[in-house]
Design a protein. Structure first.
Lengths: 228, 831
């Protein structure tokens, strides 16, 4: 492995496998790449499984990968490549100008992300950058945007209290004040049974198990004042 | 001289008398013959005799003895014979006391002889004295003769008496020995023991006591009806083989069997029993000349065998011997019968025990002290143990009463039965094994008695009825359920007597009509009044027809309760005929099926809703297609048309102009690409399928904000990993629909979206502070703004949707969906 890796670096030719289920796309991209110095498409794959097999056998420097492919999806191919051909860098070719996809591919080990329909040179640049071990993203998407996205996707300051419905908040308030179910029911003009249901429901939402926990929750959220 | 001689004769006579009188003292301890000789000698010495003849009866000295003493020095045998011969006529008819003259057999001349009896009974003996003297016997001589003979007779009588006493003492001792021997045998018989050695002992006793030479005992084989030798003494092979099995009428024993009484054969060679039969040779060869066979008759009168004794010489056994044999026979018969009965009992007892050990029920017995003396395999299984040595009345480890209280062993039914003879059937006891396993057991206890009717224990046949109890309990429960079901089903029953027109209702019937049993006296007319007026005629007609046709009917009708509510009843009824086939009664049931009807109604409504939904789905599908067609036509089609115009080959085009055209075409293609991308996104967001709910939602918000300028304040928790596709799709569509509504109706610049996962629930919330609406009115509208669709999606997943809104009060939509985490890479697991 090291031997072949060294070889490919010494000879400045970058070996490439091209994986896309559309022959037209492959034709276009191949023409584009082969017009460039030092780039060589060594194989083409029309589905994900074939891409993985070829990469494992040929150990290309770069794999250009379409995300939407039959058999094995692009994301799955991304996860398998580090095991089958560790030195191969993957440049994703996608029509999704979408943070979610970019973040997902990057998280799964892609080195480059190029939009179909973007400038042709982007593909060539992405391949060269990837061969050099650097990341490249199509201009519409920037790393800053990706970071923002990832930040957003991360579990935020979620407060279960916010998920309570108005009725549940009323029942919580009354329960925290020490009202019994029939008392609350009378106040809210609903049946005691319904009060019980709301109460059970809100406690489950809030992860509360008994009345004292309910009171603590109410105190923390300022629903009731602490006496002393 | 006369006087002197007279005096001297008298003196001599006195002297002689004294001498004779001394004789008895001399004869002490003498045998009768010695006495006879002594008498003869004394008479010869004192009287002028030629001879003395003396004869003694067998009674006196065993054999008839005669002796002769003569005045000669030697008593030759000739003299004895001659004198006996000469005296024969005299001895034939002795003329006692008279004097006879006979020719002298042992010399010349004539002898005067006189005969005197010895002893009082004449037969005891006779003395004849003969003398040559012509005046013999003188008075003195006669006196002397009488005195001598009488003294001898007295002595002889004493000797005889002594002899008789001695003999009787001897006989008594023999009898005593025999009796003790019999006693010994009978003791042994009572004690029982080895039967063959005992039988042999009886034979030996019989032989010994009756001076027999051989003996045997035969037992009656009831199967073959023949006698078989079981004990014998003194016989060998040919005899034993020949008489191995004797049938009626065969030999002495067979004859005795036939007659049922003893047969005595004094001489086998002369008895018709043996003469001319092959048995004779066998029996003679065995050395038998006489035999007696005594049947062994048990107390019951049954012949059980034969006791025979045999003799080497022809003889008839003495009566005494036969008497002894009778005693022996009776005891032996008793013993044999008892032994056989015991044997039979043992056999049958053994058989019963074997039977008890085999039967599938548990059985045990205990004795009068409560000791367990028998139990079968099944009993140990139920006890879970072998009974311990100190267990009393039951081998169970512990026992409880049905109420759960402890039941001590000496209080259990078995103990009561042993003590008081009380038998119980099917008494329930809870038993506990050492392992703690409990079982409900049914005791069936009976006292056991011996043949004299004394209580000697008890037997318990018990079985595990835990299952039976359980089944019974289940049966009871199912009965209860049935009655509950009837109550729940609201089925009442009624009966109408057609002759009196009296109507009887069950309690449930009153319940159905909302009446109290004491509140109303039911009649058919009253019943008709309770029916909704529109249904009355129909019901009346139906019932009348049923009576007329003697048939059944079933119908539904409505009734009005006191509170004005209307209930629907289903009724089934039929006519009961008397023996003449005339309808006498009408019986039936009525069931309140209002709820059933309502449920049917709900079902119909549900089916209707389903239909509406399906229709709507089709509509949506058509709408989507229309939209797609419009987009393709309006957007994609227009662009492609433009593209086609631009790419029209033009011959005379400068390179610059050509480049400009290509740029225009590229821009159009870019637009086209974007349009297709949007179209694709609208149809089905790839991010949702490929990446999951969170990326899908983020992509949605991106686009939403881009299109509507409404910001999405998104908070989430617990959304790592994938959910089931239908849950992800439903959640996505609900949020999408809610956001669309917000953009269309709320009139706000910001919307809050919260998505969380807790345990098995996925929560979704979309909240705005916008215009709000009246949910009832909106949901009631025939074409609602997607809220009904949301509800249906949620209900399809058994989730819960809450819509809280009021005009000017904003809107909060909360959906909770049950979830189940799925394998993230499920579709690739094949690789």
């Amino acid at each position: 492995m090291n031997h072949s890796r060294r070889n490919s670096e010494k000879s400045t030719t970058i070996s490439i496998i091209l994986a896309d289920d559309h022959p037209v796309v492959r034709l276009g991209v191949r023409a584009l790449l082969e017009s460039e110095q030092g780039l060589s498409v060594v194989a083409e794959a029309s589905d994900g499984l074939e891409a993985v097999r070829l990469a494992a056998r040929l150990k290309p420097v770069v794999l250009i990968l379409d995300l939407m492919m039959p058999g094995l999806s692009g994301l799955e191919v991304l996860r398998l490549i580090p095991q089958r051909s560790p030195q191969t860098r993957v440049v994703v070719l996608s029509m999704h100008n979408n943070h979610a996809f970019i973040a997902a591919t990057l998280r799964n080990g892609a080195t480059g992300y190029v939009l179909k329909g973007g400038p042709e040179k982007d593909v060539v640049r992405a391949v060269r950058e990837a061969a050099a071990g650097r990341r490249f993203l199509s201009p519409p998407v920037t790393e800053v945007a990706i970071d923002a996205y990832i930040e957003q996707a991360r579990a935020g300051s979620f407060d279960p209290h916010e998920t309570l419905t108005a009725r549940e908040r009323e029942v919580l308030q009354l329960a925290a004040e020490g009202k019994t179910s029939p008392e609350s029911a009378a106040r809210l003009h609903i049946s005691p049974r319904t009060v019980e249901n709301h109460r059970a429901h809100l406690m489950r939402k809030l992860g509360l198990h008994n009345h004292s926990e309910l009171v603590c929750h109410a105190v923390r959220h300022g629903l009731i004042a602490v006496e002393n | 001289m006369e006087l002197v001689s007279e005096q001297s004769r008298t003196r001599r006579t006195i002297r002689d008398l004294v001498a004779l009188s001394a004789l008895p003292a001399v004869w002490v301890d003498c045998k009768p013959l010695q006495v006879a000789e002594g008498l003869a000698d004394a008479l010869l010495g004192t009287l002028p005799l030629e001879f003395v003849y003396l004869q003694l009866s067998p009674r006196v000295c065993g054999d008839e003895q005669a002796l002769v003493r003569t005045s000669f020095e030697s008593n030759s045998a000739d003299h004895v014979r001659t004198i006996s011969h000469a005296l024969a006529p005299v001895l034939d008819s002795p003329n006692l006391g008279s004097v006879q003259s006979i020719p002298n057999p042992i010399g010349g001349g004539t002898l005067r002889i006189v005969a005197a009896p010895v002893g009082l009974p004449l037969a005891d003996g006779l003395v004849v004295a003969g003398s040559k003297q012509t005046d013999f016997p003188s008075e003195d001589e006669r006196l002397l003769l009488d005195v001598g003979v009488n003294h001898a007779a007295m002595v002889l009588q004493r000797i005889m008496a002594e002899e008789a006493q001695r003999k009787s003492e001897q006989s008594l001792a023999a009898d005593l020995a025999d009796m003790s021997r019999l006693q010994e045998v009978s003791t042994k018989l009572v004690q029982a023991g080895d039967s063959s050695s005992l039988l042999l002992e009886i034979v030996d006793t019989a032989i010994a006591v009756t001076s027999a030479d051989m003996g045997n005992i035969q037992l009656l084989d009831r199967d073959s009806g023949s006698l078989k030798i079981v004990a014998d003494r003194g016989f060998e092979s040919p005899f034993l083989e020949f008489f191995n099995a004797v049938n009626e009428g065969q030999g002495a024993c067979g004859t005795a069997m036939q007659r049922g009484q003893r047969v005595v054969i004094e001489d086998v060679s002369k008895s018709p029993v043996f003469v001319g039969t092959p048995a004779l040779d066998v029996i003679l060869a065995a050395g038998v000349r006489a035999v007696q066979s005594t049947p062994l008759i048990a107390r019951s009168g049954r012949l059980v065998g034969m006791l025979s004794t045999y003799y080497r010489v022809p003889r008839r056994p003495a009566d005494r011997d036969l008497h002894v044999i009778d005693q022996l026979a009776r005891q032996a018969a008793d013993w044999i019968e008892r032994t056989q009965a015991e044997e039979a009992l043992r056999l049958s007892e053994g058989r019963i025990r074997q039977l008890l050990s085999l039967i599938p029920a548990a059985v045990y017995t205990c004795d009068a002290e409560g000791r367990i003396d028998f139990y079968n395999q099944r009993a140990t299984e139920l006890w879970g143990r072998e009974p311990a040595a100190d267990d009393r009345f039951c081998g169970s480890w512990r026992m409880y009463r049905p109420d759960g209280s402890v039941l001590l062993h000496d209080q259990c039914p078995m103990a009561a039965c042993v003590r008081e003879g009380r038998s119980v059937r099917d008494t329930l006891v809870m038993t506990e094994q050492p392992s703690g396993i409990r079982a409900v057991v049914s005791f069936n206890v009976q006292p056991l008695h011996d043949h004299q009717g004394r209580r000697v224990g008890a037997i318990n046949l018990f079985e595990d009825i835990t299952d039976r109890e359980r089944v019974l309990a289940e049966l009871k429960q199912s009965e209860r359920r049935l009655s509950e079901a009837q109550q729940v089903a609201h089925i009442g029953s009624w009966e109408r007597d057609l002759r009196t027109d009296q109507v009887t209702w069950s309690d449930e019937m009153y319940d159905i009509f909302g009446l109290k049993a004491d509140e109303i006296d039911v009649s058919y007319q009253r019943f008709l009044q309770l029916i909704v007026p529109e249904d009355v005629d129909r019901i009346r007609a139906l019932v009348d027809e049923a009576i007329r046709e003697r048939g059944r009917f079933s119908c539904d009708y409505r009734i009005t309760l006191a509170d004005g509510s209307v209930r629907v009843l289903h009724e089934r009824g039929g006519t009961i005929l008397n023996e003449q086939g005339v309808p006498i009664r009408l019986v039936g049931t009525a069931q309140d099926i209002t709820e059933l009807r309502e449920a049917e109604q709900a079902m119909r409504e549900y089916a209707g809703r389903l239909q509406t939904l399906s229709r709507r789905l089709l509509e949506v599908q058509e709408e989507e297609r229309r939209h797609l067609a419009r987009e393709l036509h309006d957007e994609v089609g227009q662009m492609l048309t433009g593209l086609r115009l631009i790419l029209k080959p033009t011959a005379d085009l400068t390179a610059n102009a050509a480049n400009a055209e290509v740029e225009k075409a590229r821009a159009l293609v870019d637009d086209l690409l974007e349009t297709v991308r949007q179209l694709s996104f609208d149809l089905r967001p790839a991010a949702l399928d490929q990446l999951g709910l969170l990326p899908g939602l983020l992509a949605l918000f991106d686009r939403y904000t881009g299109q509507t300028d409404v910001r999405v304040n998104f908070k989430h928790q617990g959304l790592d990993g994938r959910l089931a596709p239908e849950v992800e799709t439903t959640a996505y569509r609900i949020v999408q629909e809610a956001l669309t509504n917000v953009a269309r109706h709320a009139g706000v610049a910001e919307v809050a979206v919260r998505v969380w996962r807790t345990g098995d629930t996925l929560g979704l919330q979309v909240e705005d502070r916008g215009r709000g609406f009246d949910p009832e009115a909106v949901l009631g509208a025939p074409r609602s703004s997607g809220l009904a669709g949301m509800r249906e999606r949620v209900e399809l997943l058994s989730g819960r949707l809450t819509i809280e809104s009021r005009p000017a009060g904003g809107t909060l939509i909360t959906a909770e969906l049950p979830v189940r985490r799925t394998n993230t890479h499920e579709s690739f697991s094949k690789e």
